[in-house]
Design a protein around this ligand. Structure first.
Ligand code: ADE
Length: 227
């Protein structure tokens, strides 16, 4: 998997790239490359955004800047790129990211993520360059970088070798193995703390009962999160 993230703040990704499962995924052959939009701007003084036509507060990421960045980096017309790989603009108005969508993205060989700041993208970026607009929740962040990291985190941990134990991503919340329900509760030592005991079944060594108990708790949590 090859992921390029176009951003005004590539240094935000420095710590993220060092995270264990991210560096594992990279060591296993994936690539995550932050690309500085400012390095490609055709405008003087490193300008990348401008005030909105029609008035209003905030700044809007310019279409000519993103056009030039995609063309400069990939050596292709920016309008052509989305025919070759998913080009994802991150915006609060986008399609909500969920586990099936993460699985879908993890099956791609390459992704391009576009991050805007302040008032977001000039709409022509979305119309002409993006294949998808994704949101990580119905709230507004000050830019797309954290959302891009959420997408990268969720996608990269699906790839072989990212987690120490590949089974960790099979039976986890919202997975097919749990019928799309949240994961069951976990407990570890001590078996009792301040009088709070771990459910006896988990200490029983009876794998069939443990399995049943876990499925039941997972279904209960699923029903609760719907209400
Ligand atoms: N950019 C700003 N807010 C966002 C959100 N909630 N999801 C994705 N990108 C964003």
């Amino acid at each position: 998997m090859e992921i390029d993230v176009f951003t005004l703040f590539p240094e935000w990704f420095d710590w993220f790239l060092q995270e264990r499962h991210v560096s594992n995924a990279l060591a296993a052959g994936s690539r995550l490359q932050p690309v500085n939009l400012r390095s490609y701007t055709p405008l003087s003084g490193g300008q990348v955004d401008d005030t909105p036509f029609g008035g209003g507060s905030g700044m809007v990421l310019r279409v000519d800047v993103v056009d030039s960045a995609l063309h400069g980096y990939y050596g292709l017309q920016a309008t052509e790129l989305r025919r070759r790989r998913r080009v994802i603009a991150l915006a609060p108005s986008g399609k909500m990211l969920d586990e099936p969508l993460v699985e879908e993205l993890a099956s791609e060989s390459a992704l391009t993520l576009l991050c805007a700041r302040y008032e977001g993208f000039d709409e022509r970026i979305v119309e002409h360059f993006a294949s998808d607009v994704l949101s990580i929740g119905r709230y507004v962040l000050s830019g797309g970088e954290l959302a891009a990291m959420v997408v990268c985190d969720a996608v990269l941990r699906k790839l072989p070798g990212a987690l120490g134990d590949d089974r960790s991503s099979i039976e986890e919340s919202f997975s097919a193995a749990l019928g799309g329900s949240p994961e069951y509760p976990h407990y570890t030592r001590p078996a009792e703390h301040r009088g709070w005991r771990v459910p006896e079944v988990l200490l029983s060594g009876n794998h069939r009962r443990i399995e049943e108990w876990r499925r039941e708790r997972s279904r209960e949590r699923g029903a609760r999160s719907q209400s």
